[in-house]
Design a protein around this ligand. Sequence first.
Ligand code: DAH
Length: 344
Amino acid sequence: MTEKLNQILNEAKAEIAKAKSMLKLNEIRAFYTGKKSPLAEMMKNIASLTIEEKKTLGSASNKVKQEIELAISQKRNELENEEINAKLNAEAIDVTLPGYDLKNGSIHPINKVIEELEDIFIGMGYKIAEGPEVEIDVFNFEMLNVPKGHPARDMQDSFYINDNVLMRTQTSPVQVRTLLEANGKPVKIVCPGKVYRRDDDDATHSHQFMQLEGLVVDKNITMSDLKGTLSMLMKKMFGSERKIRFKPSYFPFTEPSVEVDVSCFKCGGKGCPMCKHTGWIEVLGAGMVHPNVLKGVGYDPNVWRGFAFGVGIERVTMLKYGIDDIRNFYTNDSRFLKQFEGER
Ligand code: DAH
């Protein structure tokens, strides 16, 4: 019997020593300490022994069991240590490796121009306004004097979310929002922001681009205020020599409406390829706020007057930096963007 016990112990120890994983070790533990273990089987067949013999065998078998358990727990510690060491080795930091070269980004030319425009207007006492890009038709068109079916809508085909909600086609709805919020008080704001149109993308068109809206409403506003403001804007953007001129135009929300040209900053107005030999470059639309717009937001057009303008930010940026394709702004080729490094 003692021999048999020793045999079980030796076999168990040999198997434990061979175990290479926790999984295997657990299997061994289940086999040698479970109900059907060789020890348990052995103890089942001791009916013929005397009580004394049974006692001796019982305690010897318990000892063997304890030894097996001890061997298993030692092996478990060993395996755990191996696992930790392997992990530490795998995660070791090689301090001789060169560090990552973190490339500095730079301001996007569009953002640079927006900041410049905002600075100019803040300097003239304007506030910066904001409005949502997902807009209701009522603000984007109707309250800007463009009812459903108005032909001006054809020029600004948009992405509709439903019959009454669309991606705004212009920043002009911010005029309506600002006036409603001002609730009868004077207003002097600019609003830069994204606009969306169902246009096919090419060198000068994009289904998403940016505008800067301007709006001034007060009691004694005249067209000469508009002219002075835009003249100052163009001098600051394109050089102090610049002149502007107004050409009659049409926008539903202004009356009269004008198209604004700036004298060519490349040739000074003599004529060159940049200005198509006219000496002038068209830059924005503007006008005096239409009485219907004022009425719609609760301003009496006999008391209040205002001017408004809308600048295409990409267009101004393209002119300023001689960029010939609007898609450059959005395709994010780092070679293009790199040219504006250190521009802030
Ligand atoms: N919203 C016009 C457009 O997208 C631009 C514009 C023209 C805005 C005249 C104005 C304005 O505020 O007075 O074509």
